[in-house]
Design a protein around this ligand. Sequence first.
Ligand code: N01
Length: 537
Amino acid sequence: MTIGDEPAGEYDAVIIGAGFSGLYMLYRLRELGLRCLVYEAGSGVGGAWFWNRYPGARCDSESHFYCYSFSDELLQEWTWSQRFPEQREILSYLDFVADKFELRSDIQLDTRVTSSIYDDASRRWTVETDRGGTVATRYVISAVGGLSAANLPDIPGLDDFEGRWYHTGRWPHEGVDLGGQRVGVIGTGSTGTQLIPVVAEQAAHLTVFQRTPNFSMPARNRPLDPETVAGIKATYDEIWRRAKASPGGMPLPAPIQSFDEVDEAEARRRYEAAWEHGGVLVLQQFNDLMTNPESNEFAASFFREKIASTVHDPDVARRLMPTSYPIAAKRPVLDTNYYETFNRANVELVDVKATPISCITPHGLRVGEHEYELDILIFATGFDAVSGAFAAIDIRGREGARLVDKWSDGPTAYLGLAIAGFPNLFTINGPCNPALLTNVPVSIEHDVEWIAGCIEHLEREHIATIEPTEQAEQQWVQHVADAVDGTLFLEADSWWLGANIEGKPRRFMLYVGGHDDFRRRCTEVAEQGYEGFLTVR
Ligand code: N01
């Protein structure tokens, strides 16, 4: 679709977003013969991978399973070049998918959905955009992504800053020349940890403003040689079978032993071996990591020892060591040379927990009484996760009820897929869903296939609308809360809990029960005639 051809009229389905979720949703709904329209705010497809172009942007899942599994042909045609793919390569992959399956003709780029309003009488949604377009549709599918609403903290003085500033989630397409510049980075989450080593190599001086240190483990990225690629391509059936049957959506061995079942020497040996192997396996050693404080503290101490032995200055090392929350209670991070970067002469670490940032000045950042002079300020400050992208759209369901009001105590959805009071609205990776705790494409494929199966059922049975009952939704929300209750997940101020956004209700927004368990439950719900849902013919 080209800009200027403003869509109008009536569609069967409107999909909001053209990232991993939206592209596959379009593919599946087209297969059902539905007339579909995808709205995408960006000027290209790719979602998170379109926007997050900051230096060092890379995926923490291994490339051969951070992709779609649905097409054997696609799996054989596409070849990944590295163990952990760069943003550019993932974006090329999604462009390749859009071309291969001829998806672009139903995608309206550069168009942000501003409202989506349900009409009880006609049982249609009216979807409006910032380009003035209005369409009617029977189904709306949100593919907005859980980490798409950038969080720019409200630090006084930004408007007066005379240098340049950027948020990592809105990085300029033409890139930013950091050569010879004094750069400041706020934030040391997954993004900051990927960004900081690359910026340090380019900038004249880098100041890292750290509020909470993170636990990071080495990715040990490497190019994939032809033999490895051939091995992967020959065993894809098994790779996906294992990924879909695992809690994390990854074809990796899940831990079957608890910390108490081995002695400390064996525990250390396992952590050392996993540390050398690299990747997320390091935190897959014991099945009680998030329920047994002793198990957790052993892992945390192991990480702190690694920091101490890598960072030369003991005071800097100490400040990089997380001590105030359990390991993995915030999203664990993979890195390439993160701790080593703090040994560079041009890198300085500033603890803004001990002395908070007071303001941005025309020439830099003031922390307490000290002013750090900067030419470029980078916000690696994350996202208003899960609900942020929904809040940017005026969504109203039956009898005009607003989604923001329904979610005033935190976002909820039945299975993370549908919302009581909002007929025929589906949410891929919605709240109370495990997706953002897993290897996301595997979860996305599951959600898309479940939604497509549900819509196929509605079409076949001539059912006009479907929505969860309040009771089913409440039971699921309670189950989600019970699953996390008593775990160490609740002991950190993470974005999972909404704790990174001032004023956001503190509610664990994701399901910790695992991808495998979730998949089983969703299958049962569908097999039992969409148990917990209300349908109207
Ligand atoms: O965001 P974050 P992110 N003053 O919220 C700090 C995914 N992801 O963009 O911890 C000072 O984790 C904040 O400090 P604190 C992944 O799921 C995936 O890094 O709140 N500091 C924290 O250090 C990840 O979890 C990949 O005290 C402030 C940082 O900013 C999610 O995206 C790659 C501040 C924000 O960390 C989000 O990661 C990258 C303030 N006012 C990201 N406000 C992959 O590999 C915030 N901070 C696929």
